[in-house]
Design a protein around this ligand. Structure first.
Ligand code: C2O
Length: 613
């Protein structure tokens, strides 16, 4: 139809295969009306009640740990910090001594018999006691460099360092295998919350799917980088980063591709990658498990829109960006209100899945958390994820502030440092790159190549006037299965807010109690106010696309199912779709992969004050 040609971006998508977002949504909606309530679902409320017990318990047990924490860190705190210290209710996650309290992991690995990597992920014990972290006194700041544009010297040093790591015996805490296992232990059920005063070893620590995601991985890379530097005797050694937010950096960096270099194995090569994606292919930051076959310039455009969406639109307040609160006593698997942050569930997950080999039994290496650390690409991917945290703050938008709650600040992890000492590190010490003595080399001219990738305002001529045939939230029996497209109207807390009101609070769509098989890759996409005429194709760069929810397989042995929730920023979306005056927003959930038994427990729209945490 002629309307398509009004938007050149859209018209170029019309010839694409059906894996693309397309306008079959409307015709399929009617089928979704006859949803059925999943009969094997775990009632979330029931689980919430079970959690009250340990919560109450921990108020009775004197919390000696917290005292130690205050004494041990005395030097690092100012008086003001101390007076703001806890409240009996503050209970940060505290990682135990990783060398003594660690159990075999392997959770979330569906196909354990065929697991390619070891499921024994505990670190070696050298009989050391845990020291408190001290900020580095290095004279120079380590400058992490874009992996696609390294100098010969940078690349050679990096290769030499990874090779030196590979040459260490596996049971050395600095070995390639030991470093890979850190990830497995922290996210596949290696550690428990005993040290946080919870349970008797039955509650795991899970550093994904919550506000621990950014700080945990920052610390992981911090030590990894210093260990590599030490191995090649270079105190200035800095990691590369996979700059997938800039067009030139979007394919997997060339230095990772060859199997051999001058007749020797390339230490950056990993055999367990999706071969179809490696050579010169541009990564898909909205990857849903199938190749969309976009021409390069469209893929680049889509990626830039994705980064914009995750850092600006869906990351407009602290918890939307970081992920929801997660403190001791929370069960990472059963709390359905704990949300996953915009980057974590989006580009972060997409790159994991895109690199990992889906032909392997558990999508090894990058496609499963237990094995991801075995691919050197994991660390350059995560250094860019870490950089997203920095860029998010550098945008200096209101609402872009680090969490200030004690439960976040005092959460701690234990790592082996570059001197093979066991060190306890806190989230509160992770926020300043200056203090950690590393930073990222930026292109000062174009630091945010995606800054202008806000979707263009929807042309009203392409929209139909009403969606009133769609059921409202209170006419629906939740949870609803997402085995097909689901559409619902959700009441908004306020309409047509003024500029000042919008500056004070963001309008956020919250999809809660998303219950899914933790052993599978899942993805569904969210569209809001998709009131388009039938022949209009929606793309990742269109304003109606709120973003996706994607999960890398993980979890733990006893619980096949996990619960999570996700937040999507609506303030700009509603403006850009000309629907800011509507009393209801129409939310469309489109299953992409692994959603056969996924259910959604609640959908609501709330106002989130931007400065508050
Ligand atoms: Cu700990 Cu990319 O995951």
């Amino acid at each position: 139809m002629s309307s398509s040609s009004l938007l050149p971006l859209i018209s170029s998508f019309t010839s694409l295969p059906s894996t693309n977002f397309n306008r079959t949504i409307k015709t399929q909606t009617n089928q979704a009306q006859g949803f059925r309530v999943s009969c094997n679902q775990t009632p979330d409320d029931h689980n919430d009640k079970k959690l009250i017990l340990p919560q109450a318990q921990k108020l009775v047990i004197p919390n000696v740990d917290r005292r130690n924490l205050l004494v041990g860190l005395g030097g690092l705190y100012t008086a003001t910090n101390l007076t703001s210290m806890p409240s009996a209710l503050a209970d940060p996650i505290k990682t135990p001594d990783i060398t003594s309290i660690c159990k075999e992991a392997g959770a979330g690995v569906n196909n354990k018999e065929k697991a390619i990597r070891s499921l024994k992920c505990c670190p070696p014990s050298l009989g050391k006691t845990i020291k408190d972290f001290v900020f580095p006194t290095d004279k120079k700041v380590r400058m992490r460099w874009p992996a696609h544009a390294g100098t010969k010297e940078q690349v050679d040093k990096y290769r030499a360092a990874i090779q030196a790591m590979r040459d260490l015996p596996d049971d050395h805490p600095h070995s390639f295998v030991s470093q890979a296992k850190i990830h497995c232990a922290y996210c596949n059920g290696g550690y428990t919350q005993v040290e946080s005063g919870i349970g008797n070893g039955d509650k795991d620590i899970q550093i994904h799917n919550s506000w621990l995601f950014f700080p945990f991985h920052r610390w992981y890379l911090y030590f990894y980088e210093r260990i590599l530097g030490k191995l090649i005797n270079d105190p200035d050694f800095a990691l590369p980063f996979w700059k997938w937010d800039e067009p030139a950096g979007m394919p997997i960096p060339e230095m990772f591709v060859p199997e051999t270099i001058a007749g020797k194995p390339n230490p950056l090569y990993d055999v367990y990658r999706n071969a179809d994606h490696i050579k010169d292919r541009i990564v898909d930051l909205d990857y849903g498990g199938t190749d969309r076959g976009l021409p390069n310039e469209k893929q680049i455009e889509s990626n830039l829109c994705t980064v914009y969406r995750e850092l600006v639109r869906n990351g407009a307040d602290t918890l939307s960006f970081f992920g929801g609160k997660y403190a001791a006593g929370n069960d990472p698997v059963l709390i359905g209100d704990k949300s996953i942050g915009s980057v974590e569930r989006g580009s972060h997950t997409a790159v994991h899945r895109w690199v990992g080999d889906s032909k392997n039994p558990n999508d090894e290496d990058m496609g499963n958390f237990y094995s991801a650390g075995y691919d050197p690409a994991f660390y350059i991917h995560h250094s860019n994820v870490d950089r997203m945290w920095k860029l998010w703050k550098d945008l200096r938008l209101s609402g872009h502030v680090d969490p200030t709650e004690t439960d976040w600040l005092d959460a701690s992890y234990v790592f082996y440092d570059e001197n093979e000492d066991l060190v306890r590190v806190y989230n509160r010490d992770s926020v300043s790159l200056n203090k950690l003595k590393y930073n990222y080399i930026e292109n000062s001219k174009e630091m945010f190549p995606w800054r202008n990738s806000r979707p263009a305002k929807r042309n009203k001529n392409l929209q139909v006037t009403t969606n009133s045939d769609v059921k409202k939230v209170d006419q629906i029996n939740f949870p609803v299965p997402l085995n097909k497209i689901f559409k619902v109207r959700v009441k908004r807390p306020a309409v047509s807010r003024s500029v000042e009101e919008k500056e004070k609070a963001n309008e956020v769509l919250v999809i809660k109690r998303i219950r899914y098989d933790s052993g599978r890759f899942v993805k569904f996409d969210v569209f809001v106010n998709d009131k388009l005429k039938d022949d209009v194709v929606t793309t990742t760069c269109d304003p109606e696309y709120a973003g996706g929810f994607a999960q890398i397989p993980h979890g733990r042995m006893k619980n096949m199912f996990m619960l999570s929730s996700a937040r999507f920023g609506l303030t700009e979306l509603l403006e850009d779709t000309n629907t800011d005056d509507d009393e209801y927003a129409t939310v469309t959930l489109v299953p992409r992969t692994g959603c056969g038994d996924l259910t959604v427990g609640k959908i609501e729209i709330i106002l989130v004050p931007v400065a508050a945490v």
